[in-house]
Design a protein around this ligand. Structure first.
Ligand code: ADP
Ligand code: ADP
Ligand code: MG
Length: 626
């Protein structure tokens, strides 16, 4: 085994890889950009090397700088994590050419699976069932349209070089094909520098099922069963689990055999995932599950497999990279229980999942479940990289048990002032259809209004806040005002007071609230946590002049630095609350900025291509008097 490893990555995955390295006595080397000089992954590594400025292109994506860092630090091996350069054959080659051990598959295997169109051809030749589609030398629009007609509507247009759900467009009729093709090419060129596309039949109401595979350099190849990653938003995974609900021995046998055939066709060595799409309208069936793509790296959701199979996949990666054979044979790999993972992201679901950036003055992550986190209390989440800050993974003997434990864990997340999707995750996990395993990839969209609704404090929490504010008032702060509107007949005698929650007035009983309410005194406000959300309570209305929390003024501003990619309204346009006015690209995603209420657009200053600063005003919605 090598004695030191450099992880060419950041955040939770760098820390997760370090954890295994430390356990195995392997020295850890971190890399960082200027934005991460004091990041958690840097603090905990044995050594750290600064590689460049904050933009990923000049740091975490810079092959020469990363290879130089590895040589300079004396690391013997390089682990790429996921994202960034993890699927770059050129990086794998550069690492090997420098005489270092590459913890990943061969450059040839990465290349063979890297482009979706050539991967499809390779898989068809290997006899793997592939989603019906069209790939070829990227033809004219007429060729593509004819191919789409042959496949039958709806079809998906995908970027050949795509990943992370980007570029994919669904087309339901020939009339929409041209615009969708242009949009796919635009996004593909911007994100991957390659605008070639392929077509696939759009499987209706599908489930995403994937199989973890592992090969070694001695011809060994095993699978570690399937994961279900059906709960997605914008074609990105949100909640994943292993095994897949409703899986039968026959379908498992078929899909795992297909995954092994796919891996074998490219002489796969290391950890990989073969992704399939399943038409599960009549349950999972062996003849209705097709290859989509292979990810030639460790997957974000690998912990659910670790939990049900009882192995450490990063340890396996190290051993295989060091030339050892696979630790277990196929018949020694057995499923035990159920595991579910939720991706905790710094984002605001009730505002169109806009990313949240800033300090984590307060952070409490749950206990009793596995937590793979990229941050600690006191850290700051910046605008440069993606919004995933932690993963929560629960295991139990049954799916019901694991889901319940994970829902509780998500509800227990506390962050301030940074916001997360914890409440949204808890609601997904509490959904009766999810609990019954009735889901397809449209699950979240179909329930978005409920799942992403703005959280509201319970009466008990408001009551606790009112009591605490009153106690503070006794010490000299401003007191909650009495309000006779709260008087109720036949109610036990209690005083009702008016307080403010996140800037909105609220009536609360001045009875003792829950004793153990977690209070955080943030200047003027008291912060209380409930069901994954933070609520800022105050005894007096917010100071509008100060501009704090003034969502009521109709301003639509850039929530973080980024680039304007779409302006969908004109000056003077009449809009409804929630209509998308401007789309900006930041943190590896496109974000729609919505109208805060019904009204008329004024002062529209955003133009496509503009680079915008955080907080920069882009437009204003003037409300109409009722
Ligand atoms: P995986 O296939 O391993 O589950 P995904 O396909 O979900 O990973 O994501 C692909 C890459 O996109 C990941 O390597 C990750 O770095 C990045 N990513 C994941 N989630 C987000 C997100 N919410 N925003 C931006 N990037 C993301
Ligand atoms: P990426 O490389 O961006 O991850 P994938 O090909 O893996 O692209 O597809 C991402 C997601 O898009 C899938 O998880 C699935 O939800 C959806 N999807 C992809 N192909 C199809 C298809 N043929 N029919 C229906 N949904 C699909
Ligand atoms: Mg995929």
């Amino acid at each position: 085994m090598f004695r030191s490893v450099l992880v060419a990555n950041r955040g939770e995955i760098a820390r997760r890889i370090f954890r295994t390295a430390r356990r195995l006595g392997i020295e850890t080397v971190a890399v960082c950009s200027d934005a991460d000089l004091d990041a958690a992954h840097v603090r905990e590594a044995d050594r750290a090397v600064r590689i460049g400025p904050a933009p990923a292109a000049e740091s975490y994506l810079s092959i020469p700088d990363l290879v130089a860092a590895a040589l300079e630090s004396g690391a013997e091996a390089v682990h790429p994590g996921y994202g960034f350069l993890s699927e770059s054959a050129a990086f794998a080659e550069a690492v090997q050419a420098a005489g270092l051990i590459w913890v990943g598959p061969s450059p040839e295997a990465i290349r063979a699976m890297g482009l979706k169109d050539s991967a499809r051809e390779r898989m068809i030749a290997a006899g793997v069932p592939v989603t019906p589609g069209w790939q070829g030398d990227d033809g004219s629009e007429a060729t593509l349209l004819a191919a789409a007609r042959d496949l039958g509507w709806p079809v998906l247009i995908k970027a050949a070089a795509g990943g992370g759900g980007r570029g994919i467009r669904r087309v339901d009729a020939a009339a929409d094909f041209s615009a969708a093709l242009a949009a796919c090419r635009r996004e593909a060129l911007a994100a991957f520098g390659d605008d070639r596309v392929l077509l696939e039949r759009c499987i209706e109401a599908p489930r995403h099922i994937e199989v973890q595979v592992f090969g070694d350099a001695h011809g060994g190849l095993v699978h570690l069963f399937e994961r279900d990653c059906t709960l997605q938003r914008r074609r990105q995974k949100v909640i994943e689990e292993a095994p897949a609900p409703g899986m039968t021995p026959e379908v498992r046998e078929a899909v795992c055999a297909a995954a092994l055939a796919a891996a074998r066709a490219v002489d796969y060595v290391g950890a990989g995932t073969v992704e399939f799409i399943a038409d599960a309208r009549e349950g999972l069936r062996a003849d209705r599950i097709w290859f989509m793509e292979m990810n030639t790296r460790l997957q974000v959701e690998h912990p659910v497999t670790e939990a049900v199979v009882g192995v450490d996949l990063v340890e396996w990666q190290f051993r295989v990279a060091a030339g050892e054979p696979l630790p277990l044979a196929q018949d020694q790999i057995v499923l035990n229980g159920w595991a579910v993972e939720a991706r905790l992201c710094a984002e605001v679901p009730e505002r169109g999942f806009i990313p949240s950036v800033g300090p984590l003055e307060h952070l409490r992550l749950p206990e009793g479940v596995r937590v793979d986190s990229g941050v600690e209390a006191g850290d700051e989440v910046g605008p440069h990289y993606d919004s995933l800050i932690a993963k929560l993974i629960a295991w139990a003997p049954t799916r019901e048990g694991a889901t319940e434990a994970l829902a509780e864990a998500c509800a227990g997340v506390e962050t301030w002032p940074l916001k997360t999707n914890a409440a949204f995750l808890a609601r997904c996990l509490d959904d009766p259809d999810f609990l019954a395993g009735r889901m397809d990839t449209g699950f979240i969209d179909a329930r978005l209004d409920r799942l992403a609704a703005a959280p509201e404090p319970s009466p008990a929490l408001a009551s606790a806040a009112a009591s605490a504010l009153a106690a503070l008032a006794a010490e000299g702060a401003s007191a909650p005002s009495r309000d006779l509107a709260g008087f109720r007949l036949n109610a036990p005698p209690c005083e009702t007071v008016r307080i403010w929650c996140d800037g909105q007035p609220l009536l609360a009983d001045l009875a003792a609230g829950p004793e153990e309410a977690d209070l955080l005194d943030a200047g003027e406000a008291l912060i209380l946590f409930e069901n994954g959300s933070a609520f800022a309570f105050a005894a007096s209305p917010p100071d509008r002049e100060g501009g704090a929390a003034a969502a009521g003024d109709g301003a639509v501003s850039a929530p973080l630095p980024g680039k304007v990619v779409v302006v969908s309204v004109a000056e003077g346009a009449r809009v409804r609350r929630g209509d998308i006015l401007v789309v900006i690209e930041a943190m590896k995603m496109e974000h729609g900025l919505a109208a805060p209420f019904d009204g008329v657009v004024e002062g529209l200053s955003a133009a496509v291509g503009d680079q915008v600063r955080e907080g920069e005003p882009l437009a204003r919605v003037r409300g109409e008097a009722p």
